[in-house]
Write a protein of this length. Structure first.
Length: 233
């Protein structure tokens, strides 16, 4: 193969990668350390549920992410998954579904919170085997809210309470924080104007037991390679 042909193939491969990143925020990193193949998944903007959000909104569509996660699990060429998160939250049921899928993957997984992981983004951040947050990253914990028409106050409250219990149980089951402390942070009235909840920055999220470690992309990649090597040994 001539240098010209080789350069052409590299250019075409790069164009395909750029297109995949632009269309779905995902790409397979297959030319890295120890020959490991890592699937990069991004959760950006608002988690879109059963209703479409405006076209000018940055969204992560759960109906796209779920089959992609199933394909990752069934792909023998994927050794691990790196999840980059910067989300304001969104549809609770859809976000929790994505979190459950990530948590049930049989391959090593690492998450990295960049910017923010708010609301239903909290379960997404803790759904991986190991989690990182950049020093300036934030996590917002608040009670479950409901939009739209509400029929029957008591019944609606019970439904919201059960949904909140599911979220709290998931967070507790996939991190080091206890249920009592999660509820305390959820119901804090001293931090948010006209609202209840808590915002945790980088090191605070680690101290509370939500996130494993403060770090960046290098730390997250190194940890994932380490976990893959351990699994393969």
């Amino acid at each position: 193969m001539t240098n010209t042909e080789e350069d052409k193939q590299k250019k075409e491969a790069q164009q395909i990668m750029d297109q995949r990143i632009e269309e779905s925020g995902q790409v397979l990193l297959d030319d890295g350390k120890d020959g490991h193949k890592i699937h990069l998944l991004t959760i950006i903007g608002e988690i879109e549920g059963h209703e479409n959000l405006p076209s000018n909104s940055k969204t992560t569509k759960y109906e796209t992410v779920l089959p992609q996660l199933a394909a990752i699990e069934d792909n023998k060429d994927v050794d691990g998954v790196l999840v980059l998160i910067n989300t304001v939250g969104g549809d609770v049921e859809s976000g929790l579904a994505i979190a459950e899928m990530i948590a049930s993957l049989g391959k090593p997984t690492v998450s990295l919170v960049l910017g923010g992981s708010h609301s239903i983004g909290v379960p997404l951040a803790v759904s991986t085997d190991y989690s990182f947050i950049v020093p300036t990253g934030t996590m917002m914990i608040h009670p479950v809210r409901i939009n739209g028409m509400v029929i029957g106050v008591n019944q609606t409250y019970k439904m919201m309470e059960r949904t909140q219990d599911r979220i709290v149980n998931f967070i507790e089951g996939h991190s080091r924080i206890q249920e009592k402390r999660i509820l305390e942070l959820m119901l804090d009235t001293s931090q948010l104007v006209k609202d209840v909840g808590t915002i945790l920055c980088g090191e605070e999220a680690v101290r509370e037991g939500l996130i494993n470690e403060v770090g960046g992309i290098c730390d997250a990649m190194n940890k994932l390679h380490e976990m893959i090597s351990e699994k393969q040994s």
